[in-house]
Design a protein around this ligand. Sequence first.
Ligand code: GUN
Length: 299
Amino acid sequence: MTTVIDGKQVAASVIDAVKTASQALKDQAGVKTGLAVVIVGNDPASHAYVSSKSKMAKECGFTSVQHTLPEETTQEELAALVQSLNKDESLHGILVQLPLPKHFNSEAIIQSILPEKDVDGLHVVNAGKLATGDLDGGLVSCTPAGAMVFVKRTHGEDLSGLNAVVIGRSNLFGKPMAQLLLAANATVTIAHSRTKDLAAVCRNADILVAAVGRPEMVKADWVKPGATVIDVGINRIAAPEKGEGKSRLVGDVAFNECAEVAAVITPVPGGVGPMTIAMLMANTVIAAYRRAGKTAPKF
Ligand code: GUN
């Protein structure tokens, strides 16, 4: 029987642990965890994401601050806001929603966030800590951290002897995911669009993680029987069967056929997606514990 991971349920268990941790920090150190979320411009999908992040922060018992800035905001104005959030002792996490409107130098903004408040894990200091195996010192990017929760709940903390293949080499996901798997002792291959015989590389994977942004690219004959398949893709495709002009979400994995070969698989939607917000909350409470000089909880 194939196990289909229920991302919503796992995310809810992480959120419960975050609530407990934030309450304990309040009780023991009088510190209320704080998260600032910044959004610039009018992209409806980004506004929806940001609202759910702000709402979840409140549910976790955090101070939740949202800055909604107009499209015409300048680089200097946004940089000044980040500086003021960096200085604000009531805030432990800062998230600037991406993508920023085209006239921004996004990288300069992201790198201006204090690394200890970079709950997105995008600062080079946090990327560097992960790359050097310092998992307890930095903050790990939320989506790979969430995918790793699934891997560890399936295989345990030690992946010695297991082959892991990550398809995709982005700084946002593929590279940090590969580093997390490596830190857990997996033998890791990063595959990408230039990889020769990608199907054969994937068939070697005990843990296959797909993050390429190509709808249903991973087919059943790419999957090693009994493998764990984690699908990070979110692709909207036409669904004429639902009616004219309708669409549906699919991952990078052809779910139905791969589910017949894999032992464990994540669905889209309802797999990795819900974990991203949960890990953002986890990173924020971790940042608050560290700022208070306390040992941070693990999630
Ligand atoms: N836009 C889409 N996903 C993310 C994310 O994880 N972090 C930020 N900052 N922006 C995003």
